[in-house]
Design a binder for this molecule. Sequence first.
Ligand SMILES: Nc1ncnc2c1ncn2[C@@H]1O[C@H](COP(=O)(O)OP(=O)(O)OP(=O)(O)O)[C@@H](O)[C@H]1O
Length: 252
Amino acid sequence: MAMLEVKNLGISFGGLRAVDGFEMQIEKGQLYGLIGPNGAGKTTVFNMLTGVYKPDDGSIVLDGKDITGKKTIDINKAGIARTFQNIRLFKDQSVLDNVKVGLHNHHTYSTLTGILRLPKYFKVEAEMNKKAMELLKVFDLEDEADYLASNLPYGKQRKLEIARALATEPKLLLLDEPAAGMNPNETKELMDTIRFVRDEFDMTILLIEHDMKLVSGICEKLTVLNFGQVLASGNTSDVLNNPQVIKAYLGE
Ligand SMILES: Nc1ncnc2c1ncn2[C@@H]1O[C@H](COP(=O)(O)OP(=O)(O)OP(=O)(O)O)[C@@H](O)[C@H]1O
């Protein structure tokens, strides 16, 4: 069974058919890329996968469970986590607290327990601190646990965003232009991080990216969107050598 199976997905904004007849199948553990020119509909696909937009047509099945049209919070609980094109951390909170926000999906106590500081509160908090520190260690961020998120350099903020997404224990991780605004060294390090996350967490990853070096370097499969429709999909090297793809996108 595929980890993600998308069939005939479509959405319109007023008269604009932003995504039409979109299909995609991602197997467990795959590193999959969604590429295409500006305005092709890539982020709109992410927004439908994560419940930000409700699709007009089609179906989205995650690990055998139909999640089409569900709310963002329920989709996250079902197992999809994402990062954004523009980093969206809680900038005034510590690095540690940013990861703990993600952990709240699975570690909970009632509001009353929190207010009254009942024993369960301390137990759950201690567990969350331990788990969050473990995740920060994986990303080499443990020394900065008490820093404000906004004080981290750009590349580390990206890592922290990925760590926070992983804290929700997703089955599928969506990365929206993770290399945006990065210099070549930061991009190289990011590629290592993404590969590491896939291997270490046995994670399935779908990413949107314009940086062809990153795409050809780490993605095993690609889908190309053009004017809201799938132009090509398949193995990365086949897709990147497809004359239609070169004409519509790579030849720009
Ligand atoms: N909420 C909305 N209301 C109206 N139009 C929208 C909305 N969201 C997206 N669109 C339109 O849908 C089309 C696809 O946009 P989208 O942001 O998905 O493209 P993209 O492939 O992610 O582009 P980029 O690579 O520039 O990020 C665009 O024409 C965009 O203007």
